[in-house]
Write a protein that binds this ligand. Structure first.
Ligand SMILES: [Zn+2]
Length: 332
């Protein structure tokens, strides 16, 4: 690897319930190296924070760099985050994560300025800086994976809301008597269109005797079912899977229509594992449904697009967060 001696690097971290991804970026957001570790969330916060620090070290080492060449670290963490204090207030899928001072603990371990934000906010930042060249003023990011999360950028800045929970698009209720959601409500967007919701619908139908090529591909229990398998099934002509995905895409479109009515952003970007795998199958339905549900005139000129960042949205956003926070800090 070449030796840009005084280059200042940023590290972005995507902390998930099952894996930690770290990426080293130049100050112009060029990705130069990555590392991945399993989270081992069951070992508790302190062990996980050790693993985040190790993952950052590994990524830096992978690029033949030294931690001293890194200016700052930005972390996207799941759950409710206090970005100013750098605390994880609560994280539903990680045992023991209540009021954990993640920023402070990582700064202790890495001796680098570290910033923490909600993971979907961070992904939205990543998409905004790396993909939207026109730098629109108002952007909404929606990420459809195991759950559904989102981020709002208003006037070019992340919008956190009064209790720092803004952007929880996944818990917008779309069916009052719909399926139960992890949050306790019924019929949330997440309970209707996330990967978990899609898989549940498919598994229930199979138990009720539904025929699908998925069982030929993966066996009756579909233990290793992934979003990519749904795409393969549709391409093999499976009308049942196609219908389930069409329905999920319609719900996503309804959610987008609602958001256009309420926020009226210039751009809505969709990402996450489900969209990454099924963009060709879903996007046209999402756009058409969203325009149907938006009030007359409100959707005019609004772009509804799919992110191309895939798995890199979180680490890219982490680097963007680090860069933005460094800029915002008073120089001493
Ligand atoms: Zn919910």
């Amino acid at each position: 690897m070449s030796e840009p001696a005084k280059q200042e690097y940023l590290v972005g971290v995507d902390l998930g319930g099952t894996k930690i991804l770290a990426g080293v970026f130049t100050s112009n957001l060029k990705l130069v190296g990555t590392a991945k570790l399993s989270t081992k969330a069951n070992r508790g916060p302190s062990a996980v924070i050790d693993r985040i620090a190790r993952c950052v070290q590994d990524a830096v080492d992978e690029c033949d760099l030294d931690l001293k060449q890194v200016r700052a670290v930005g972390v996207g963490a799941p759950g409710s985050i206090d970005p100013e204090a750098g605390k994880v207030i609560f994280s539903p899928n990680m045992p023991g994560w209540e009021n954990i001072p993640l920023k402070k603990e990582l700064e202790k371990r890495l001796e680098l300025p570290t910033f923490v934000e909600n993971d979907c906010n961070v992904c939205t930042l990543g998409v905004y800086e790396a993909e939207l060249e026109a730098k629109p003023k108002h952007v909404i990011g929606i990420f459809v994976g195991t759950g559904i999360g989102g981020g709002l950028i208003l006037d070019g800045k992340l919008f956190s809301g009064y209790n720092l929970t803004a952007g929880e698009v996944g818990h917008m209720v779309l069916e009052v008597n719909g399926p139960k959601c992890g949050c306790g409500n019924k019929g949330c967007f997440e309970a209707l269109a996330s990967r978990t919701a899609i898989f549940r619908r498919i598994q229930t139908a199979i138990k009720d005797g539904q025929k699908t090529v998925l069982t030929d591909m993966l066996g009756q229990n579909l233990d290793d079912l992934r979003s990519g398998d749904l795409r393969k099934a549709i391409r093999r002509g499976d009308k049942f899977v196609e219908k389930v995905i069409e329905e999920a895409a319609e719900y996503i479109g309804i959610a987008v229509g609602n958001l256009i009515n309420i926020i009226n952003p210039e751009v809505i970007v969709l990402g996450g594992g489900v969209l990454d795998a099924l963009e060709d199958e879903m996007m046209a339905i999402i756009v058409e449904t969203a325009r149907d549900y938006a009030m007359p005139g409100t959707a005019k000129g609004i772009e509804i697009i799919a992110s191309k960042l895939g798995d890199e949205a979180g680490i890219t956003g982490g680097a963007v967060l680090a860069r933005r926070m460094l800029k915002a800090q008073p120089k001493n």
